[in-house]
Design a protein around this ligand. Structure first.
Ligand code: CAA
Length: 379
């Protein structure tokens, strides 16, 4: 297995590093502190062609392999985890699902706009009583003539109040017991769609997470994604892919924690020497670096399988499980190395520690990843 970056990936990495160092890092922490949406960064990312990386060229995108998208997610998340997840949801859940399952008309209508960043996408599966048990959702649809009417309450929608369009999952009103969901493309200004609440979260403050109310929300019938009943497969297939994106976000956060811990340990003096000269710190750094490298290998393996068109359900779940848990362990130890300073908002590690916490929760908790892995092993 060869995970060396090719020439194009190296150039992309250089470009994104340059963008992150010069445009994102100088203001990211302040934007995050102010809980502002990073609209300027998204605009610049659109100009750089990044928003269309999972969209084929014929629809205005710059479709690349998955590893290239992971490189971008990692670098963004390293500087600003909120930006990493906004990009990941737009690329891996919204643009990818339309590119893969959309009709020709849908691709022509939405993808060129999404590639230009004029449509920022979100993905709305969860509900207050249907998170891990996604197929228990209660949002309904009814077909009336040439339109669908949606009713329900969706929750935990990443980019919820900043997105221009959503992939929304629902069940037929006549059969709430079914496990066959249907997926719809819904524009944010559709009458009947209302952002009802923005969550006051522990971290990722620049990535707003919202609740959406659908009240007799009428959409043209041609905005169904795939066929009626195909939504379950669409949701789980896209989640296989996007879980690799969350692994890459974990890599970015974990790498940043490592960098902060290394820098601090080489500067901080205690007992007459830099704390990096103590074995207690050195062993922590060694364990953190090992976890980070193992996370990377699992993540790249899952992406490699995906790009070969092979099933990566188990490998994506393994990558998400391991990388997200590893990022949390790395964040914990990096903060510990900072001692009291790590508990102060003055230091970046305080934010990274909070931002890391959700990695093992969204896009399927660690417990769900274990269910997915064990089912694959036992089937
Ligand atoms: N790819 C394609 N199809 C799949 C699949 C996959 N990876 N996994 C399952 N399916 C299909 C099954 O084959 C089955 O189809 P058939 O009925 O035709 O056989 C159907 O889906 C239902 O599968 P299960 O019976 O296994 O479903 P389940 O109810 O037992 O649930 C689960 C399985 C793994 C627990 C699943 O519900 C799950 O992954 N839950 C977590 C949901 C999740 O990740 N939510 C995240 C929300 S999105 C988010 O967080 C985005 C954000 O904004 C950041």
């Amino acid at each position: 297995m060869d995970f060396k970056l090719n020439e194009e990936q190296i150039m992309l990495k250089e470009m994104i590093c340059h963008f992150v160092e010069n445009e994102v890092i100088p203001t990211a922490r302040e934007i995050e502190r102010q809980r502002e949406f990073p609209a300027e960064f998204i605009k610049k990312m659109s100009e750089l062609g990044l928003m269309g990386m999972s969209i084929p060229q014929e629809y205005g995108g710059s479709k690349t392999d998955s590893l290239s998208i992971l490189i971008v997610i990692e670098e963004l998340a390293r500087a600003m985890p909120s930006l990493g997840v906004i990009f990941s949801v737009h690329s891996s859940l919204f643009c990818y699902s339309i590119s893969k399952f959309g009709s020709e008309e849908q691709k022509r209508t939405y993808l060129p706009q999404a590639a230009k960043g004029k449509i920022l996408g979100a993905f709305s599966l969860s509900e207050p009583e249907a998170g891990s048990d996604a197929l228990a959702l209660k949002t309904t649809f009814v077909k009336e003539g040439d339109q669908y009417i949606l009713n329900g309450l969706k929750s935990w929608v990443t980019t919820g109040n900043n997105a221009d369009a959503f992939i929304i999952f629902a069940k037929p009103k006549s059969d709430l017991a079914t496990k066959k969901l249907s997926a719809f493309i819904v524009l944010k200004d559709t009458p009947g769609l209302k952002i009802s609440k923005v969550e006051d979260k522990m971290g990722l403050h620049s990535s707003m997470t919202s609740e959406i109310i659908l009240e007799d929300c009428k959409i043209p019938a041609n905005q169904i994604l795939g066929a009626e009943g195909q939504g379950t497969k669409i949701a789980f297939h896209c989640l296989d892919y996007s879980r690799i994106g969350i692994s890459a976000q974990s890599l970015g956060i974990a790498r940043s924690c490592m960098e902060e811990a290394l820098k601090f340990s080489k500067q901080r003096q205690a007992f007459g020497q830099n704390i990096s000269s103590f074995q207690a710190i050195q062993f922590k750094l060694a364990d953190m670096a090992t976890l980070l490298d193992a996370s990377r290998l699992l993540t790249y393996r899952a992406a490699d399988l995906f790009d070969q068109g092979k099933s990566c359900t188990k490998e994506a779940a393994m990558a998400k499980l391991f990388s997200s848990e590893a990022a949390n362990k790395i964040a914990y130890e990096a903060l510990q190395i900072h001692g009291g300073y790590g508990y102060s908002k003055e230091f970046f590690i305080e934010q990274l520690y909070r931002d890391a916490r959700v990695l093992s929760i969204y896009e399927g908790t660690s417990e769900i990843q274990r269910i997915v892995i064990s089912r694959q092993l036992l089937r």
